[in-house]
Design a protein around this ligand. Structure first.
Ligand code: THU
Length: 133
C-alpha cells in the first residue's frame, strides 16, 4: 500500500512527463488500486486537440490494461492556482472502476490538497445499475 505522501510525490513527478505543446498546462496523476498497485499518468496532447488524453485517464488505462480494474484512490496534481479537479470525462471513466467511493485528492500549484470522493464530484453517474445490465 502506498502512503498518501508517496502518491502525492508520484502525481507531482508525473507533471514533468506531461506532453503539452499546445496548452502548456501540465497535469499529473497517481492512481492506487485496491490490490495496492500504483500507476502514474500525465496528460498527452495531440495536434488534433480532441485526441488529447487527460492524466487521470492515462493512469486509469494503464491500470486496466495491466489487469487492475478496482481503483481505491487517485491524486491529481497541477501547477495552477485552483485545485486540479478531474474533468467530466475522467470522472465518468473513474466511476467505471472506482465507483462513488473512490477517494480523490486534488492538489494546487502550491501542493495544498483537498480530499473528496467521486460520489461528491459525479452524482448520478452512468453505471451498470443505471443501464439495467
Ligand atoms: N487535463 C487533464 O489532464 N485532466 C483534467 O482533468 C483536466 C484537463 C489536461 C487536458 C489538456 O492537456 C490540459 O489539461 C488543458 O485542458
Amino acid at each position: 500500500m502506498a502512503s498518501e505522501k508517496e502518491l502525492i510525490e508520484l502525481a507531482t513527478a508525473m507533471l514533468d512527463k506531461a506532453y503539452i505543446p499546445y496548452s502548456q498546462f501540465p497535469v499529473g496523476a497517481a492512481l492506487e488500486c485496491e490490490d495496492g498497485a500504483v500507476f502514474g499518468g500525465c496528460n498527452i496532447e495531440n495536434a488534433s486537440y480532441g485526441l488529447t488524453n487527460c492524466a487521470e485517464r492515462t493512469a486509469a488505462f494503464k491500470a486496466v490494461s495491466e489487469g487492475h480494474t478496482r481503483f481505491k484512490r487517485i491524486v491529481i496534481a497541477g501547477r495552477c492556482e485552483d485545485y486540479c479537479w478531474p474533468c467530466g470525462a475522467c470522472r465518468q471513466v473513474l466511476n467505471e472502476f472506482g465507483g462513488p467511493g473512490l477517494e480523490i485528492i486534488c492538489l494546487n500549484g502550491k501542493g495544498e490538497a483537498v480530499h473528496t470522493t467521486l460520489g461528491e464530484l459525479l452524482p448520478h453517474a452512468v453505471d451498470a445499475v443505471w443501464l439495467g445490465t
